[in-house]
Write a protein that binds this ligand. Structure first.
Ligand code: ADP
Ligand code: MG
Length: 244
């Protein structure tokens, strides 16, 4: 369902993503691991059009963008609509309540009537266990709760794939599991997910595929049993030995 071919992205003359190919099948969970600065965030940002690749093809659910040609703003918007993204720093709108944060896109982008948007928003808040907090402001939530709202907000737009960029890295340790649990539930429901994370236990449990990035290339990828327990490449072994 997601096909990436020859993806390339440079900042000035630094090539950060170097000719990446990757296929992601529907309903699968792909975990990306790799050292800091290896291009993981840039890769995710390319997938949802926050960065414009210099070259390559991204195909998501029938929409194909070929960056070797001119890509229109409309194509970028279409790409963004197919992808939901959750960042390390939750980035909720501070002046809006939880429910207002969630329905904002439904009203302004999808043009749904407010009543309908609220219905969808409440259902999603129930899913992430925060319906009771719908009228709270972000400042009244814990980091873990904010991140669960951020997930609900991304889901509200009904994306084809959810992209997570280190969603638990900024959290106090005791708040990490509540966010991972919501992500696990999503995976079990069949959501297609691409997750950059350092949570190896989670990756081992949930990932169908682990991708090891280094210096803008995929060094190796495969099921967690292979990448974590029987990596083929020296660089993968070295990285894993440093983090475990
Ligand atoms: P990771 O998420 O794996 O830590 P990033 O994708 O954030 O890596 O960054 C990869 C490289 O690209 C780094 O060297 C970083 O400094 C550089 N980079 C990322 N974003 C920008 C940007 N907007 N402008 C210039 N350089 C950037
Ligand atoms: Mg990053």
């Amino acid at each position: 369902m997601i096909k990436i071919r020859g993806l390339q992205k440079s900042f000035h003359d630094q090539e950060v993503i170097k000719n990446i190919d990757l296929d992601i099948s529907p309903g699968s969970v792909v975990v990306i691991i790799g050292p800091s600065g290896s291009g993981k965030s840039t890769f995710l940002r390319c997938l949802n059009g926050l960065e414009i690749p210099n070259n390559g093809i991204i195909e998501i659910d029938g929409l194909q963008l070929d960056f070797s040609k001119k890509v229109t703003q409309k194509q970028i918007i279409d790409l963004r609509r197919r992808t939901g993204m959750v960042f390390q720093n939750y980035a909720l709108f501070p002046h809006l309540t939880v429910i207002e944060n969630i329905i904002e896109g439904l009203i302004t982008v999808k043009k749904l009537p407010k009543i309908e948007a609220i219905k969808i928003g409440e259902k999603l808040l129930e899913k992430v266990g925060l319906l009771t907090h719908k009228d709270y402001y972000p400042s009244q939530l814990s980091g873990g709760q904010e991140q669960r709202v951020a997930i609900a907000r991304a889901l509200a737009m009904d994306p084809k794939v959810m992209l997570f960029d280190e969603p638990t890295s900024a959290l106090d340790p005791e708040l990490v599991n509540e966010v991972l649990k919501v992500m696990k539930d999503l995976a079990n429901e069949g959501m297609t997910m691409v997750i950059v994370t350092h949570e190896m236990k989670f990756a081992e449990e949930v990932a169908n595929e682990v991708v090891f990035f280094d210096e803008g290339v995929i060094i190796e990828h495969g099921p967690p049993s292979l990448i974590f327990h029987n990596p083929k490449k020296e660089r993968t072994k070295k990285f894993l030995s440093l983090i475990q």
